[in-house]
Structures are given as C-alpha cells and as structure tokens.
Design a protein around this ligand. Structure first.
Ligand SMILES: O=C(CO)[C@H](O)[C@H](O)COP(=O)(O)O
Length: 233
C-alpha cells in the first residue's frame, strides 16, 4: 500500500486543483501538498479541461514546479487580481487560522494568499489542532543583521526562539528574500491575531507565519478504510 500521508496529500491536491476555473489567476503555494495541486492544474491544462490560467507563485520551489507543468506565470506587479490561491499549512485551528512557514516561504505566501478572492488551504488530517503552536514552532523571517535583538524580543514575549539551520547545508536556512528564519516555541498561542501584529512590530522582522482571518476553505485529506477521502471545513 502507498504511504497514507502521500495518498492524503495527492487526493487533497487534486481536489483543490479541480476547483480552479478557466480564465482565472491562481496563486500557487509552496510545499509538498500544494505541489500535487500544481501538478494536477498542469495536467488539466494539458488535457484541455482548463483554459487560460495564469499562475502567481509564492516561492522559488513553486515557480520551478509551475514551469515543469507548463503553467503560464505572471507576477503581482502585472496582474490586477488573484481569483484563487491554493496553499498548504503546518497547523490549522478550528477558526481556520494557520501556522505556515515550514518551507520558509510564509512571507510571499501571505502576500499572495491574502490578496486572493478565495484562499483554499490543503492539508492532511494531522495538521488540525485545537490551538495554534501545539505541535509546530512559529516561523519568523528576520533580516540577518537583526537576528540577535529580534531573538531577545521574542524571549521577552515568552517564546523560545531558535535559528533555523539547513539540513544539507552548513549554516542557517536562507529565505527566497535572502533573510533568516527564527522558529519560536510558545507554550500557548491564546490570541493569534494580537501575537501576529506584536511580532511583526519588532524592528528587523519581515513577517511571521501566523495567518489569521485569511482562509476561506480548508480541504482536509484523510485515509478511511485504506482509501483517501477529502472533507471540507
Ligand atoms: O507554509 C509552507 C511553506 O512555507 C507550507 O505550505 C507548509 O509548510 C506545508 O507544507 P507541506 O504541504 O509540505 O506539509
């Protein structure tokens, strides 16, 4: 049997891609789940089921994938709207607020996703939490010269910050904007809207991974009786 997580990601990516309409401008998110949505949008274009789509990407990874699947691309300084954005998340709470940034792409993701007329989040069932911060650290993109003072401020807010290090790289993860990522453990995120603004107010912070009040629809992939199913929140 295939890996259940992969099955869930594929199915939920396909379900989101099925909602894309012809003649629309689509925000293309980042991550392994959205990668399937990008693949299926490309396949629908190829088969003629979908016509006249323009993608606006949220990262280098999304751009590479969109080009691989021959999705025409544009940029935010050219398009006048984003009809729909599809993106993954690291945690989703019952109010559809999110933690994003596991792929260090949350800054561009927040710009594109929050501009979209409809923002669809694609996740596997393991991403649903009662309270944000329960399972995932909060990513904060910081300009390199400000890392130490920003980490001190994050500690004063009750967080435990750590600089994100590369896996196959000796040194820190560098974002598509050339900045660094600080991941912060908060014991409890009781008021995500206030924390989002407070952190973004620290000089040197570019953007944090709290997405509050941005999501319209969450598509959740689950495996029931060895079959992948998708439900909508
Ligand atoms: O926010 C993100 C990247 O910055 C991703 O959307 C998030 O990490 C989910 O990724 P995946 O679908 O691979 O679990």
């Amino acid at each position: 049997m295939s890996d259940p997580i992969v099955m869930m990601k594929q199915e939920v990516g396909k379900a989101a891609a099925a909602r894309v309409k012809s003649d629309s401008i689509v925000g293309l998110g980042t991550g392994s789940t959205t990668a399937y949505a990008i693949q299926y949008i490309g396949e629908r274009l190829q088969s003629g089921d979908l016509k006249n789509i323009v993608g606006v990407t949220t990262s280098f990874q999304a751009e590479v994938l969109a080009r691989k699947y021959n999705i025409p691309l544009s940029t935010l300084d050219v398009v006048d709207r984003i009809d729909m954005a599809i993106d993954g998340a690291d945690e989703v709470d019952p109010q559809k607020n999110l933690i994003k940034g596991g792929g260090a792409a949350h800054t561009q993701e927040k710009i594109v996703d929050s501009l979209a007329e409809q923002f669809i989040v694609v996740v596997d069932g393991g991403k649903l939490v009662d309270k944000l911060g329960s399972t995932f650290l909060l990513p904060v993109e910081v300009i390199p010269k400000a890392v130490v003072p920003v980490m001190r401020k994050l500690e004063q807010l009750g967080g435990k910050p750590e600089l994100r290090m590369g896996v196959k790289k000796a040194g820190p993860v560098v974002t598509d904007q050339g900045n660094l990522v600080v991941d912060v453990k908060f014991d409890s995120i009781d008021d995500p809207a206030t924390l989002e603004k407070t952190i973004n107010n620290i000089p040197g912070v570019l953007e944090n991974g709290l997405f509050v009040g941005v999501t319209d629809i969450v598509l959740v992939g689950e495996v029931i009786d060895n079959k992948p199913v998708v439900r909508e929140l």
